[in-house]
Design a protein around this ligand. Structure first.
Ligand code: ATP
Ligand code: MG
Length: 366
């Protein structure tokens, strides 16, 4: 690993752009600082540039513009094998002609490590992913999940300080996926490894990461810890992409400090917190989470605005109730309530009054 320059972020992207064809930018303006030991996830729709960013950091693609730094030093001109980075690829790419143990020994041989030390490290890495007895098998003789674990072990075997993982759990069933999420998090925390992780599974991103970078269209739309991302999305894309979200459209009517009122397109008025709006007359899309919608008048302030809602569907889900409403022309307005003692079950066909705390409803870009 390169010598650290003090006070510098461990990984830094500075105004990085990438074009494959010399015309369209698939990464438009990437700025990102990561401290050592951070677990950062790049989350975003297909084609948004996540793998490209990882490949540039690993050194398999070059940046068209801008600089990538590791421990304060520019790595633009350093070849992949000299960057000291462990990588789990999107298709896990094990060497098919080598046994599991040989696959793991390979990065150590490249680093000119002696045989006995190599064997000890391979054994430890296999144990770490609970594959200790599989050293002699070929990748083709393993299940998808087992191959994925070997790919993970191979990325960790040379004890890199930085590991990049591109959809490492893509091929796994739900149960093994959740188990491996826990294992990866555990291993990286224990070894103090800095991780850049790519997924398009938002639950995975929220549960594993210190921070999540939400990508869309070659840009980071928001970079924040999971709770901030969910509770304080900066724009409509993030609000819609992370978690379940109700939206209604309208025009800002009044605005003062942390409060605004919005006249919805059906004429009714609601309370919100201005996020991406600054003055009356602007079009806005308001965002409210299903668990923050209130339908008991006693849980709202006296001056709160409310909306009429028609109950369309009630779904019992065990731990929660999920109710679908028609609100201001939106037939997919969802309310979630906890199955707590005395909780009301809303009846389809009835009309209720809903509202919310203004700070729970965000007025975003339309
Ligand atoms: N080698 C390549 N040559 C040309 N275009 C490419 C190449 N690799 C990726 N692209 C294009 O760059 C854009 C970003 O691709 P990238 O693989 O980074 O997306 P991604 O966010 O990883 O998507 P996914 O979730 O599907 O893996 C896409 O439009 C893709 O078609
Ligand atoms: Mg990808």
């Amino acid at each position: 690993m390169l010598d650290a320059v003090s006070n510098e972020p461990f990984v830094a992207f500075e105004r990085v752009q990438k074009s494959y064809d010399g015309e369209t930018l698939v990464v438009k303006d990437l700025n990102l600082d990561m401290p050592k030991g951070e677990f950062l996830t790049m989350l975003g729709p297909s084609g948004s540039g996540k793998t490209t960013c990882l490949m540039m950091l690993a050194g398999f693609e070059s940046a068209t513009h801008g600089e990538i730094k590791l421990a304060g030093n520019s790595i633009n001109n350093i070849p992949p094998h000299k960057r000291g980075i462990g990588m789990v690829f999107q298709n896990y790419a094990l060497f098919p002609h080598m046994s599991v143990a040989e696959n793991l020994a390979f990065p150590l041989e490249v680093r000119k490590m002696g045989k006995s030390e190599r064997e000890a490290k391979v054994r430890r890495a296999l144990d770490m992913v609970q594959m200790g007895s599989f050293g002699g098998r070929r990748p083709a003789q393993l299940s998808g999940g087992q191959q994925q674990r070997i790919a993970l072990a191979r990325a960790l075997v040379f004890e890199p300080e930085l590991v990049l993982m591109d959809e490492p759990l893509g091929a796994l069933d739900k149960q093994l996926r959740e188990h491996m999420q826990f294992e990866i998090k555990h291993i990286s925390d224990n070894l103090g490894i800095t991780v850049v992780y790519v997924t398009h599974d938002q639950t995975e991103a929220l549960t594993m990461s210190d921070r999540v970078a939400v990508f869309d269209d070659g840009r980071i739309q928001q970079l924040a810890p999971p709770d901030e991302l969910y509770e304080a999305p900066k724009n409509s894309f993030v609000a819609q992409f992370i978690g379940e979200n109700n939206t209604l459209e309208g025009v800002v009517e009044t605005i003062a400090g942390e409060r605004c009122t919005v006249r919805l397109d059906n004429g009714s008025v609601i309370d919100a917190m201005p996020v991406n709006v600054t003055e009356p007359g602007q079009r806005t899309r308001i965002s409210i989470r299903p668990e923050r919608v209130e339908f008991g008048r006693d849980r709202l302030t006296d001056d709160a605005h409310t909306l009429d809602a028609e109950v369309l569907e009630f779904i019992y889900m065990g731990d929660i109730f999920r109710t679908r409403l028609r609100v201001a022309g939106n037939n997919d307005f969802i309310v979630k309530t906890r199955n707590a003692p005395g909780q009301i079950r809303l009846d389809p066909g009835t009309t209720i009054e809903i509202g919310w705390q203004p700070e729970d409803c965000r007025a975003l870009d339309a």
